[in-house]
Design a protein around this ligand. Structure first.
Ligand code: PEP
Ligand code: MG
Length: 885
């Protein structure tokens, strides 16, 4: 099996591994595929991702086999182009780029113009007939290579360039002449000599291997790691390396470079969308240094922009490009994100990939493409990332609210966001961790800002187009973003910004509308999202194709109503303890806990009963006719205890006990390890009157709703933290007794079920016998993960990050189910439960019930339903459909 694949020129593409993204990465696989279907791709080769994994694991560097393969592949490029690397008369120049299985925009390294040295630069000047171009390319190469491969601070080069321009009285780079660049090259070389104590490498082979190593190493850079963590990309994948003959978009006015999407990545509209720059190299477009121009005439006119679009300025190359767009969309049956270069009038394709898109665009494209018969309904369901729906479910700005518009930039990533202005990424992260909503405002963003972008509610940049780093990353993260708002100027010394004639400080409030590009002072009112349109269509398709039911975890009528709007088909978990925290009833709860004997507890419980009944009644009314799983009290009692003297004092006044007495009782209730302490059904066993009161409240409420509305809810009374059959037997008898008593009093009865959570390993192991007592199981995978791994769910955030970084866990096991470990317990309990009771109802109500990967596992195990928090209900509906396709 080779570890190097060539493309372009005479290549046969016979080995299917070459077009497998896991082997050659997304970029490498698609370059091969484009070349194979006859598109103009500069020749090159791809080193496989396995080589990266090997390189990063070992200390031995590159194997002889790899060196031989690369030498052969280089020959392929040289023969196809008719130039050779390091040849002084007619040098070949190459680009060296990363390319992982999935795209990680800007996270890894790239080196362009490799192959230049003091001799080959002269050859390039001669063959191109353009001395300025040759020296400009050389200085770009030295800067990029020194930064990426040699680790020299790129600021030093920027500074030298600024000084050179100042000396000449120039404002733009374009004013620099050949000699100016040549002088700068000498300057750059002395910077390298001073910084490293050795000269810039002249040996082109050393340059090439240095660049390959740097690209491999960049897989493990801090920013790549952060990106992987945020996007759930395993650290073990590695990146491929693509080495490709350079084509030049910076060879004068018949040359250009650009990026394009076959449909609008922000809205999904079926219109070519892109940006280009005449006489520029690829990085110029994405880096946001020059403001790129519109690709099509229509887009330019819509934006009222002056500089000519590519369609108008280079009609021939544009025509060719448009034909390529059509071909690629048909070939990949998806929206493509394309990089191209025009060298002296000739079009070259540098990259194509399925383009990143906002959730709105993903939905629209999926529904549209199904309408165009490009894909079918099932494929459309699979096209939308369930997690991305999250972006659509959140509020947008109320069109009727007043907007104090400061400026309008580019609508780079939709959604509305308000927050306080923060001017750097670290501070954005700090404040967000402290619970503040922030808007990150930068001149432009770079990959180093990614943690701050993630922490922020929204991002505003002064420079950069729709394909700038900020725009691409924000869209991927689902953060609203306005880019290229050129009226914004930032002063880091006074930590303030000026927008037009308005002065704002860090800490002031700003609102962004990523759908229109508007930047507004203060906070603007928002409205709830639209559930119809493409969203409604896709959800309808999903519902048609899914097997599992989707319920919600909710305990307030407002949440229940919202969840029903989102399509919830019942309640999977109502955590009753949340009702105990209510400010009006906490005192009665505290009296109950601190009572020393049953009589005292019963007095306090009598006060709570009508309140609980009213809670359940409201919920049952909203969820009429649907199953409602109500879980009896779970958390350790000490969670309800008073804190601080004032609370003790207040309690002393109503309870009649002295503060000292209350404090002593509280001390008695202290637990060293409350998560494994006196909680769950252990409370019900020791203080049955608590569960009795709750059961009574449930049944009284259900009977009342049934009588009043004629539509009875179906209560499923759930006992938490069961470890043994006997616990459930005792508590089930209590619940049944209470039900019968209530039905007799009310003169009516209703259907109900008693079941249990499976959230302890022993319960999973003993599920066969527990099922004798349980009509349903609901997997409480939060506690089941905690108790199986022996990792505290409340403390794990402090130490789990290195676990995911080092690949010990692919993902945080409290977010995505540890299918291999905890999953075994779930599977076993499901099987054993069903063996005892064929019609046992099985569901999941841990947080994993809203995680698409975990939902896939639930489908495999054959659970009847998943339950998720209200905003996750649509995500779960779509994920359930995807997992049953
Ligand atoms: C669980 O443990 O998974 C669960 C749903 O219960 P809680 O999160 O309330 O402990
Ligand atoms: Mg639990």
């Amino acid at each position: 099996m080779t570890s190097v694949y060539t493309f372009g020129g005479k290549t046969d593409y016979a080995d299917p591994r070459q077009k497998d993204k896991t082997v050659t990465g997304g970029k490498g696989a698609n370059l091969a595929e484009m070349a194979e279907i006859g598109l103009p791709v500069p020749p090159g080769f791809t080193i496989t991702t396995d080589e990266c994994v090997k390189y990063l694991a070992g200390e031995t560097g590159f194997s002889d086999a790899l060196r031989d393969n690369v030498a052969g592949a280089l020959k392929h490029i040289e023969e196809t182009v008719g130039k050779s690397l390091g040849n002084n008369d007619d040098p070949l120049l190459v680009s060296v780029r990363s390319g992982a299985r999935v795209s990680m925009p800007g996270m890894m390294d790239t080196v362009l113009n490799l192959g230049l040295n003091d001799a080959t630069v002269q050859g390039l000047a001669k063959t191109s007939g353009d001395e300025r171009f040759a020296w400009d390319s050389y200085r770009r190469f030295i800067q990029m290579y020194s930064d990426v491969v040699l680790g020299v601070d790129h600021g030093l080069f920027e500074e030298a360039l600024e000084i050179a321009k100042e000396d000449k009285g120039f404002y733009n780079d374009t004013e620099m002449e050949a000699e100016d660049w040549q002088t700068l090259v000498a300057e750059y070389q002395s910077i390298v000599q001073d910084e490293l104590g050795k000269p810039f490498p002249q040996d082109v082979s050393e340059q090439l291997w240095g660049a390959i190593a740097a690209v491999f190493d960049s897989w493990d850079s801090d920013r790549a790691k952060v990106y992987r963590r945020l996007n759930d990309i395993p650290g073990g994948w590695g990146t491929a390396v693509n080495v490709q003959a350079m084509v030049f978009g910076n060879m004068g006015d018949t040359s250009a470079t650009g990026v394009a999407f076959t449909r609008d990545p922000a809205t999904g509209e079926k219109a070519y969308y892109g940006e280009w720059l005449v006489n520029a190299q690829g990085e110029d477009v994405v880096a946001g240094i020059r403001t790129p121009q519109y690709l099509t005439k229509a887009a330019r006119e819509k934006a009222n922009a002056k500089p000519m679009s590519m369609e108008e300025a280079m009609p021939e190359a544009y025509g060719e490009l448009a034909a390529v767009f059509e071909l690629l969309e048909k070939h990949y049956r998806d929206m493509q994100d394309i990089e191209f270069t025009v060298q002296d009038g000739k079009l070259w394709m540098l990259q194509t990939r399925s383009g990143k898109r906002t959730a709105k665009a993903a939905l629209k494209m999926a529904v549209d493409m199904a309408g165009e018969n490009l894909i079918d309904e099932k494929e459309a369901i699979l096209r939308v990332d369930p997690m991305a729906l999250d972006q659509l479910l959140h509020p947008t700005l109320d069109p009727k609210a007043h907007r104090d518009i400061l400026t309008t930039g580019l609508p780079a990533s939709p959604g509305a966001a308000s927050g306080t202005i923060v001017l750097d990424a670290d501070k954005a992260e700090q404040l967000s961790n402290a619970g503040e909503k922030v808007i990150l405002v930068r001149v432009e963003t770079s990959p180093e800002d990614i943690h701050g972008m993630h922490a922020a509610q929204g991002i505003l940049t002064a420079r950069g187009g729709m394909t700038s780093h900020a725009a691409v990353v924000a869209r991927g993260m689902g953060r609203p973003c306005v880019s290229g708002a050129s009226a914004v100027s930032i002063d880091m010394t006074s930590r303030s910004l000026r927008i037009g004639n308005r002065e704002l400080k860090e800490g002031d409030t700003l609102t962004l509308d990523g759908a229109t590009g508007q930047v507004m002072a203060g906070e603007v009112r928002t409205i709830e999202p639209e559930m119809a349109g493409d969203f409604g269509t896709l959800m309808e398709w999903a519902d048609k194709h899914r097997r599992m039911r989707v319920r919600t975890n909710a305990e307030t009528p407002a949440d229940c109503r919202m969840a029903r709007q989102f399509g919830a088909e019942g309640i999977g978990l109502c955590r009753t303890e949340h009702m105990f925290f209510d400010a009006n009833r906490i005192t009665a709860v505290r009296e109950m806990i601190l009572a020393e004997a049953e009589a005292g507890r019963r007095d306090a419980l009598a006060k709570l009963l009508p309140e609980q009944r009213a809670d359940f009644k409201e919920i049952f009314e909203v969820m009429a006719g649907l199953p409602c799983t109500i879980r009896l009290l779970d958390p350790p009692l000490h969670e309800f205890l008073p804190h601080g003297d004032a609370e003790f004092q207040a309690l002393a006044e109503v309870s009649g006990f002295g503060v000292d007495h209350l404090k002593r009782r509280a001390g008695e209730l202290h637990e060293f390890n409350p998560m494994l302490g006196h909680r769950g059904c252990r409370l019900g066993i020791t203080y049955p009157e608590i569960y009795e009161m709750q059961a009574r409240a449930i049944f009284e409420a259900a009977c009342e709703v049934a009588k009043e509305s004629g539509e009875a809810p179906i209560p499923e009374v759930m006992v938490p933290l069961v470890a043994t059959k006997r616990e459930l037997e005792i508590l089930r008898a209590l619940i049944d007794r209470t039900a019968q008593a209530v039905f007799a009093e009310q003169g009516t009865d209703i259907d109900y079920l008693v079941g249990t959570m499976i959230e302890l390993p022993r319960a999973a192991l003993m599920a066969g016998e527990i099922a004798d007592e349980a009509r349903f199981f609901s997997f409480g995978t939060n506690d089941l993960t905690q108790t199986t791994l022996g990792v505290s769910r409340d403390d794990s955030a402090r130490f789990l990050a290195p676990y995911t970084d080092q690949g010990i866990f692919d993902r945080d096991p409290f977010v995505s189910l540890d299918v291999e470990g905890v999953g075994q317990l779930v599977e076993m309990a499901a099987e054993r439960g069903r063996a005892t009771r064929g019609d046992i109802k099985l569901g999941i109500c841990g947080e994993h019930g809203g995680d698409p990967a975990s939902i896939g596992f639930c489908e495999k195990v054959g659970l009847d339903y998943v339950s998720a928090s209200p905003y996750r209900v649509p995500i779960a509906r779509l994920a359930a459909a995807q997992s049953s396709l």
